[in-house]
Design a protein around this ligand. Structure first.
Ligand code: ATP
Length: 879
């Protein structure tokens, strides 16, 4: 019987005995020993064996084409060709293998960024530890939004609901509680007192003892079935698919070419050579590798800037974001709360000091309050008791809003926290929190609307009086329009041991505390950048409308008005759509409203980034094009998001958008650069074939041999295209409006640029070959001239390909990789042409030096045609 089954049949005490633990938790030394015995709380997912991964590299159409060529060359006795082509195939596999290794390393290292932590009780103290260090017997505290880190026997629970779909596939949350299982529960397979590793807490709180960790958990047992580390991300798959389609098209074209040639009565060997050359020429061998490196580097750059992208294609989507919907607290503001104002007993007090230091006093009209009057004392006590945060040496543990209330209480001399019997935890839909203290007092705090709704009386210095709602509203508005977050406080005597909804009525309002949360300076700057980048910012907050409006103004977010959640709920969809034209601040919203707003914006064709941190934010995060979770948020939100912000900062989203735009430009530049090599060489073969009937030069021999083409493609991909990846990010990308998401990479510009350079390369290659043969050069020498020209066309083109619209004369000369790539390429080409041994392999032969006078001018054609294109397009744009 598995341990959890056995333990589920025991009562709580029996289970704790069995696990050798107690509610105060394990001793540190004991936990260390247990970690030795059981190992870390991790599940290693199965990875394919390296040999298997290596063999997988050979499963591609390109390899099949190359191997066919190799067999053919062996057949006609060209052994060197066979050896070189086989070498290329193996080299290609090695590059692919390393590439894939790097990609999976990058993905694994990203997982480390999102490492999860658990709250445990050890030696009677609550602490946060990495979940990997949990051991059997640890007592853990779990709340809504957390993923259960191990198999756990419940000790206590409050309104606990768990989504067990990771294990059972059933996504309706099940209720759990610590009671001992009855016979019928066991028969029905309902293990209500056990939490399983990998499941999600959707609601409530729990205290439990760890039964087993890592591989010994139920998830560990079935891990191999549940998940395998998947190295290929969707974008890489798309790229693979793209190259597969191209390869297939090219191979069909080549086959057609071959059949046609035979039917027209050409020499079979030459026809075969021409057709395979065509195939080899047109397949962009190097492209997938270069694009993978580009994306992997971008993901790393973003991670260094605190934006952890969870799936690679999001990098590209980020670049086209048109609207960023952001939470306020902690993202646009610092989430460093300081209570500045207290309204209690119809008196407004000020609070001195900033941050979490206890320096400062509560004052009235500038003089310190030494003996707080009863209403002030009660509101401070309520703030301290109805609170889960603690502050020590200006460092806080828990929610900043609550920490601010702790500091305010301390400033007023209130330090003693009452023992608690029951709690209704805070959540952003409920917007309040309540506790029941040992001495029979319900104390609640939350948004003024919610708390006032629970009250019938207000505490004044002279006793209770009925609520005067209008007067209170004015007070709230006054505080909120200064940008303060306002919380209301209430209490009531209670005789039971639990809090039920119906108990939260007829309460006594104690007053309000108003706290400031200054905007992040970098967020103000980022808002400015978004304006010039044509990105709209919408603030969506759970806070009060006046607070939201005031903070938005400080940040520079313009809006025609502030709409609230209740207003949204009463509106029809078309009215919300209309309001989204000019309303950029939404207050008092619930996560459902976030979902609706995202949905409508997307329907209007916007590309939406939406932030969130709570459990209930998950649907909106999934609905958005880019769901952005806070690093400090719940695991559920992080798992539903495309990007996680390690620093919770709005400016980081904008930096990621900027990087996303840069990546897109980089990918475009690389594709525009690589494809003409394929296009140009394929055209050379195709045209020479078409010219054969009219010109004996072309009917007798090919201007380039398959091996030479293969070499140019492979070499170009690595030494000339790869340096483009290192091209510096362009800060000015944020000065342009977002790219139209409807346009793909293949557009009119693509066709124009790729077409121009391909044509320049083909015409130059064919021309020099023709001139060479007609001036009496040996075919091998003429081919060497062609080979050199094609490479140089590409080298010169690289100089201008670094920018899509700026002239070569205006591109900053910074990228040293481009210079290095060019030097290597030119040196190696000279070696191939002039060094005796190599000519045997590459079928080249040195040409007389005066031929450089022909090669160089032809080599400039690609560069010059693109320069002309940029000039003309620039002029057209300005007209
Ligand atoms: P944002 O959505 O921008 O992060 P927020 O933090 O104000 O804003 P919520 O956390 O959903 O949004 O809070 C909504 C409201 O609930 C707050 O304006 C406040 O009135 C109240 N509130 C916030 N924190 C607590 C808490 N710990 N206890 C009780 N009430 C709270």
């Amino acid at each position: 019987m598995t341990p959890w089954k056995r333990i589920s049949e025991m009562d709580v005490e029996g289970a704790l005995d069995e696990l050798g633990t107690s509610p105060g938790g394990l001793k540190e030394a004991e936990a260390r020993d247990r970690l030795e015995i059981h190992g870390p709380n991790e599940i290693e997912f199965k990875k394919p064996h390296p040999i298997f991964r290596f063999m997988k590299q050979f499963q591609s159409l390109l390899v099949y084409v190359l191997l066919t060529v190799a067999i053919f060359t062996a057949f006609i006795g060209e052994w060197i060709d066979t050896a070189v082509i086989t070498g290329v195939v193996v080299l290609n596999a090695i590059i692919g293998f390393i590439q894939e290794g790097k990609a999976s390393e990058a993905i694994e290292s990203l997982q480390k960024f999102t490492e999860s932590y658990s709250t445990v009780i050890r030696e009677g103290r609550e602490m946060r530890i990495p979940s990997g260090l949990l051991v059997p017997g640890d007592i853990t505290v779990l709340g809504a939004g957390e993923r259960v880190p191990a198999d756990i026997r419940l000790i206590e629970s409050k309104n606990l609901h768990v989504d067990e779909s990771a294990l059972t596939g059933e996504s309706v949350p099940v209720e759990k509680d610590p009671s001992t299982l009855r016979e019928e529960d066991i028969l029905r397979g309902e293990f209500r007192n056990i939490l399983f590793s990998g499941t999600l807490i959707t609601e409530g709180r729990a205290l439990g003892a760890v039964i087993s960790t890592g591989r010994e958990t139920e998830l560990g047992r079935i891990a191999e079935r549940v998940k395998e580390v998947d190295v290929k991300t969707p974008l890489l798959e798309k790229i693979d698919e793209f190259s597969r389609t191209i390869t297939l098209a090219v191979v069909s074209l080549a086959a057609f070419n071959f059949i046609a040639a035979i039917l027209f009565g050409y020499d079979a060997v030459l026809s075969f050579l021409a057709s395979t050359s065509l195939a080899v020429a047109a397949i962009p061998e190097g492209l997938p590798a270069v694009l993978t490196v580009t994306l992997a580097l971008a993901v790393r750059t973003m991670a260094e800037r605190n934006a952890i992208v969870r799936n690679l294609p999001s990098v590209e989507t980020l670049g086209s974001v048109t609207v960023i919907c952001s939470d306020k607290t902690g993202t646009l503001t610092r989430n460093e709360m300081t209570v500045k104002s207290i309204y209690a007993g119809e008196v407004s007090y000020e609070v001195e000091g900033v941050g979490y230091s206890e320096d400062g006093y509560i004052t009235l009209n500038g003089s310190r309050i030494k003996e707080p009057p009863e209403p002030l004392l009660r509101i401070l006590k309520c703030g301290l008791n109805c609170n889960n945060a603690s502050v020590a040496d200006e460092r806080i543990h828990g929610d900043p809003t609550e920490a601010a209330l702790v500091v305010a209480a301390h400033k007023g001399g209130v330090r003693e926290r009452a023992r608690r019997v029951d709690e209704v935890p805070f959540d952003s839909t409920r917007k309040y929190m309540a506790v029941l203290t040992e001495d029979g007092l319900i104390q609640a705090k939350g948004s003024p609307e919610r708390i006032i709704g629970m009250c019938s009386h207000e505490l004044t210095e002279s006793g209770l009086k009925p609520l005067e709602k209008d007067e209170l509203k004015d007070r709230i508005h006054e505080m909120a329009s200064e940008g303060m977050r306002v919380l209301a406080f209430a209490e009531k005597r209670h005789s039971g041991t639990e809090i039920h909804d119906e108990d939260l009525t007829d309460m006594t309002l104690l007053g309000f505390q108003g706290m400031i949360d200054p905007p992040r300076p970098e967020a103000i700057e980022a808002v400015g950048k978004c304006k010039s980048a044509g990105i709209r910012i919408i603030m969506i907050t759970g806070d009060h409308a006046a607070t939201a409006g005031a903070v938005a103004a400080e940040l520079g977010i313009e809006t025609s008005r502030v709409l609230t959640g209740p207003e949204l709920s009463s509106m029809e969809t078309h009215e919300i759509t209309k309001s989204l034209d000019d309303c950029n601040v939404f207050a008092r919203v619930t996560p459902d409203h976030k979902y609706t707003i995202t949905e409508i914006l997307r329907e209007n064709g916007e590309i939406v980034a939406m932030t969130g941190d709570g459990v209930n934010d998950a649907p909106a995060l999934k609905m958005a094009d880019i769901g952005v979770a806070m690093g400090s948020g719940t695991e559920v939100a992080r798992e539903s998001a495309d990007m996680v912000l390690a620093d919770d900062n709005f400016a980081t989203i904008v930096a990621a958008v900027s990087e996303g735009r840069n990546v897109y430009e980089r990918i475009r530049r690389i594709i525009y650069y690589v494809l003409p090599t394929s296009g140009g060489q394929a055209l050379i073969i195709l045209l020479s074939f078409l010219l054969a009937p009219v010109s004996p030069t072309f009917s007798a021999s090919l201007p380039l041999l398959p091996l030479q083409i293969l070499w140019i493609n492979m070499f170009d991909g690595v030494f000339l295209a790869l340096p483009l990846v290192a091209e510096a990010s362009d800060e000015s990308v944020l000065e342009k409006p977002p790219r139209d998401p409807g346009t793909g990479i293949v557009d009119y510009t693509f066709i124009r640029k790729v077409g121009l350079v391909s044509a320049a390369m083909a015409i130059s290659g064919l021309a020099v070959f023709y001139i060479g043969v007609s001036r009496g050069l040996d075919v091998t020498v003429a081919r060497t001239v062609t080979f050199t020209t094609v490479i140089l066309v590409h080298v010169f083109y690289l100089l201008t390909a670094r920018s899509l619209d700026k002239s070569v004369l205006r591109i900053p000369p910074a990228n040293r990789w481009v210079a290095t790539g060019i030097i290597i390429t030119v040196t190696v080409t000279l070696f191939i042409v002039y060094v005796p041994g190599l000519e045997v392999i590459f079928r080249t032969s040195p040409f007389p030096s005066e031929w450089w006078g022909i090669i160089i001018p032809f080599s400039l054609t690609g560069l010059l045609s693109i320069e002309a294109e940029k000039y003309i397009m620039g002029r057209l744009k300005h007209e």
